[in-house]
Design a protein around this ligand. Structure first.
Ligand code: HMG
Ligand code: MG
Length: 298
């Protein structure tokens, strides 16, 4: 049985842009976020409060948060890897934060410079600050279907890290196929392990489309009761610490599938396609998604 409603969690302005070599002007980022909200998206990950030495593209995080028009009913989560990031996110009035770790030790070292256990300890003061200020915190687990350094990842390891994040108090966990090596059988095995420790409504699926498998993987996740899907307009994205990872699954591709399956989202497909071309034009290349091309000018 497929769900009747799916929440699309847009990661384009953050996961999508973080890997762009050329710095995207702040006003373009702001316009992108405002267009995504106008298209009906209700969860738009806006930026990240990470070290600008590690990810220079996100150095304008505070200016982005100050410049966006906060639409009623829309949340604008931001990544907060440590207390310093959380304090800056708080100052920028970010209403939802996201902490991120991985099911792979090597990836975690490369991405946030600490072990999985150390990352959980680092998140404790972040959660404490969030609690004091009524901020909701999302959790991410990367490399749930494979790691660029370690290869296959055991589903039980994903479940263990997911549990550690829920124990910290996150409201949901996004399960990332960071390098897009998943296939439906791997998704099924991973979700079966994670669903033993958390209900489906608290889990999101986060697919990158490196091998063109993202949509079948998402369909498999929907069959397992998942109702929150991360996606990125124009298929932008990639992780700077996951060599070979291509873009996230495109929001317009997911939306076309969901519409055709009769699953509601509240998001306007044509407005998303126009937004995909808006950001693609600024980046000087076409969107990577099929749907953006098929529906261009329609
Ligand atoms: P570190 O070097 O171990 O940190 O980095 P540190 O505490 O030793 O500090 C070193 C310097 O960074 C200091 O500055 C700090 O002030 C500064 P210095 O004294 O050298 O001038 N610093 C900061 N500056 C601004 N904001 C901060 C901050 N923290 C320290 N928050 C750290 C550790 C976590 C900071 C670093 O590794 C980092 O920023 N990593 C970010 C990596 C990242 O953004 N990756 C992409 C996002 S994850 C992803 O894409 C996956 C996901 O999409 C899901 C999926 O696909 O699987 C979520
Ligand atoms: Mg990602």
């Amino acid at each position: 049985m497929l769900p009747k409603f799916v929440t699309l969690y847009e990661v384009g302005p953050r996961d999508g842009l973080q890997n762009e070599a050329q710095v995207v002007p702040t006003d373009i980022k702001i316009a992108l976020i405002n267009r995504l909200a106008a298209a009906g998206l209700r969860e738009i990950e806006a930026t990240s409060f990470v070290s600008p030495k590690w990810v220079p593209q996100m150095a304008d995080n505070a200016a982005v948060m100050a410049g966006i028009t906060r639409a009623l009913g829309v949340v604008y989560p931001v990544l907060t890897p440590n207390l310093m990031g959380a304090e800056a996110a708080l100052a920028a009035k970010a209403d939802t934060w996201a902490i991120f770790t991985a099911a792979s030790e090597t990836f975690n070292q490369r991405n946030i410079n600490c072990s999985i256990a150390e990352s959980i300890e680092r998140f404790r003061p972040v959660m404490e600050l969030a609690r004091r200020h009524d901020v909701r915190v999302r959790g991410y687990v990367s490399c749930t279907l494979g790691c660029p350094y370690e290869g296959a990842i055991a589903p039980d390891k994903v479940a263990e890290v997911t549990r550690a994040l829920f124990d910290l108090g996150v409201y949901e966990v996004s399960l990332g196929d960071t390098i897009g090596v998943g296939t439906p059988n791997k998704v099924a095995a991973m979700l079966e392990a994670v669903l033993k420790i958390a209900p489906a409504e608290k889990l999101a699926i986060h697919c990158h489309d490196t091998y063109g498998q993202a949509l079948v993987n998402i369909h498999e996740a929907l069959k397992h009761g998942i109702t929150i899907v991360d996606s990125s307009v124009a298929g932008l994205g990639g992780c700077p610490y996951a060599k070979g990872a291509s873009g996230n699954v495109a929001t317009e591709d997911v939306l076309f599938l969901l519409n055709e399956l009769g699953i509601e989202t509240g998001v306007d497909l044509h407005a998303i396609v126009r937004t995909a071309w808006f950001i693609a034009d600024h980046l000087g290349r076409a969107p990577s998604s099929k749907v953006a091309h098929a529906l261009k000018d329609k």
